[in-house]
Design a protein around this ligand. Sequence first.
Ligand code: BYC
Length: 312
Amino acid sequence: MDEKQLEAGFQAKVDAEQKIEPKDWMPADYRKNLVRQISQHAHSEIVGMLPEGNWITRAPNLRRKTVLLAKVQDEAGHGLYLYSAAESLGAARADLNDQLLTGKAKYSSIFNYPTLTWADIGAVGWLVDGAAIMNQVMLCRTSYGPYARAMVRICKEESFHQRQGYEIMCVLAKGTPEQREMAQDALDRWWWPSLMMFGPSDANSPHSAQSMKWKIKRQSNDELRQTFIDRTVPQADFLGLRIPDDKLKWNEATKHYDWGEIDWTEFNEILKGNGPCNKERLEARNKAHDEGRWVREAALAHAAKQAKKQAA
Ligand code: BYC
């Protein structure tokens, strides 16, 4: 079969909702696009541990600390499933890691903001994990099998993460005036960056059209962002907190909320590496990588010794 026939067969399979598996023929650009998205996603999970890890030592009680520890460990697991999915496409783990450590790779913009108070841990779980699930539920039906299967487990864990965040917000919002203020302040700071997580508007999203055709993405950035807003506003109302958007208003005709304008300059600056914590995040990852060198070397030496034993 020539390239054209192979491509037609591939698209027919995608259109028929059959999963593409690692050994199947796939267009080079499909592979490239998937490695790009999956590796950025994996990096986001790994860097995403940093803002929350910042509060493990300062969680207000033992229960909160245990739950937060479990959540942060889950994120490490998500990173591992995703790096494995990328490896199944022929990407080398060491290369992906190198791209992250040298600042060449993108990861989610959201993790370049600081977690200033305990309420931020609530807001991150509620909004950031909430936005992540909104995007990731569609990825459970993505066309590439290993990615779709990884997402099923990730989504189950993310939904627990979202609930733990919302529960923190419930406690703070119904607490003392100071706690309430802290919860409102966290919502004020995390709302707009959470909306940016969905990526540029559809008109400015270079990958969307092709990714939708290949069913890598099943819903557009703007569709998901709108669904997130529609679901989250009632949750903020329940907490008695105010979403920091003067234009936010229910639209009876569209059955959606109307809302204000994202500051895309802020988003683009973060993508260029100029966000409040970009430098700090990369330094932390590099430090962890350097300090973990002996563990990797020991593990490799052990594996080599075992292999030698088995061969003997
Ligand atoms: N931040 O054409 P577009 C989590 C980039 S972690 C940075 O729309 P696409 C969690 C985009 O990569 C959640 N960059 O792209 C972990 C592209 O750049 P390149 C992470 C962004 O791929 C710990 C360019 O802008 N979730 O759950 O079609 C604790 C043009 O965009 C962002 C995922 O990664 C951004 N926000 O759509 C708690 C989900 N947005 O590659 C929670 C998987 C866009 O051309 N990823 N860019 O240089 C996706 O679904 C898609 O990649 C996106 C973007 C919807 C994010």
